[in-house]
Structure formats: structure tokens, C-alpha cells
Design a protein around this ligand. Structure first.
Ligand SMILES: CC(C)(COP(=O)(O)OP(=O)(O)OC[C@H]1O[C@@H](n2cnc3c(N)ncnc32)[C@H](O)[C@@H]1OP(=O)(O)O)[C@@H](O)C(=O)NCCC(=O)NCCS
Length: 145
């Protein structure tokens, strides 16, 4: 992701999340050495239709956001972004990938389960907009010898 993608990413976040990150928050992400932001276009020259950002701190990666515009869904974009994040975590020899997801978000939970994430616990009434619980999910990465 480049600074020139900020408007597109913020628009996707606004459409996809009940409490989206602001443009300013995404801009700060671009300057954080522990943060990685990826954007995805269906093909070269087309507008950005999906993005993900995640943090790598210590030996863990934490997914912060992954989102696809509604009209571009079920085409494998989020899967590609997840594959990219997990590959980067493996390349950096990280031990664990973590994330939080709303209890009601069946689509995202199915996506994460596909990659082998397992449910580790619950943060009760975690989300401020509707007091919904967060499910904490982990993926342990095996070290290659
Ligand atoms: C969740 C989200 C990112 C999925 O994006 P996507 O690009 O449509 O996902 P993909 O096409 O890569 O889906 C990969 C797999 O995940 C699962 N999946 C994705 N969306 C699903 C849904 N709505 N219902 C059930 N399974 C779903 C399926 O197994 C799917 O494979 P399939 O299409 O071959 O059945 C998208 O729906 C979204 O942006 N939602 C709003 C934001 C959000 O909730 N983000 C996650 C929390 S941070």
C-alpha cells in the first residue's frame, strides 16, 4: 500500500466495518515499522477492491483488518491477502498469528478456519458499538528446520 491508496482503503473500511479506522489511523500505519499494509486490485490498473493490515511484534503477527468491497466478494481476494500475511509471517520465522473476530461474523470465521486458525477464547462485550463478544483465534506456525 502507498500513500496514494489511502483514500481507497479508507472507503473500503467505511463500507465494510461498523467502526472503521479513520484515514488518519491508516496514514499512521504507513509510518509504523511493525505494520504491513497490503492492497489488492482485481488486475493491473483497476481500483483497489480489498486490503489487509497486520502487525509483526516479537514472534507474533496480529491481523488488524481484512476487508473486500461487497461487490468483489467471494472471488478469493481475502484468501489471497491471508495467504500473503501467513507467508510473510513464515518468512520472518514468527511463531504465532493472532486475530479477533466478532462472534456474528460467520464469513470471516469460515475464512480463518480455512487457514487453520482455532478459537482460543472470548473477549466479552469487546466491541464498543454493540457490545458484541470477540472470538480470539490463533494459528501456530511450525518452524521449518
Ligand atoms: C470476510 C471478508 C473479508 C471475506 O472477503 P472475500 O474476499 O469475500 O473472501 P474470499 O472470497 O477470499 O473467501 C474465501 C473463503 O472464506 C469463506 N467465506 C468468505 N466469506 C464468506 C461468507 N460470507 N460466508 C461463508 N463463508 C465465507 C469461504 O470459505 C470462502 O471460500 P469460497 O468462496 O470458496 O466458499 C469480507 O466478507 C468482508 O470484507 N467482510 C467485512 C469486513 C470483515 O468482516 N472483515 C473481517 C474481520 S477484520
Amino acid at each position: 500500500m502507498l500513500a496514494s491508496d489511502l483514500d481507497a482503503v479508507q472507503r473500503i473500511a467505511e463500507v465494510c466495518f461498523p467502526v472503521p479506522w479513520t484515514r488518519d489511523e491508516f496514514q499512521k500505519e504507513l509510518g509504523r515499522e511493525y505494520s504491513t499494509l497490503r492492497v489488492l486490485r482485481p488486475s493491473v490498473g483497476e481500483p483497489v477492491c480489498a486490503f489487509a493490515n497486520f502487525w509483526c511484534i516479537g514472534d507474533e503477527a496480529q491481523l488488524m483488518n481484512v476487508a473486500t468491497l461487497p461487490l468483489a466478494r467471494r472471488a478469493g481476494h481475502a484468501r489471497a491477502l491471508m495467504q500473503d500475511m501467513i507467508q510473510l509471517a513464515r518468512d520472518r520465522r514468527l511463531r504465532l498469528v493472532t486475530l479477533e473476530v466478532r462472534r456474528s461474523n460467520a464469513g470471516a470465521r469460515a475464512l480463518y478456519q480455512e487457514f487453520g486458525f482455532s478459537e482460543q477464547g472470548i473477549r466479552q462485550r469487546y466491541y464498543s458499538d454493540n457490545q458484541e463478544d470477540a472470538i480470539v483465534m490463533h494459528l501456530t506456525l511450525r518452524m521449518r528446520l
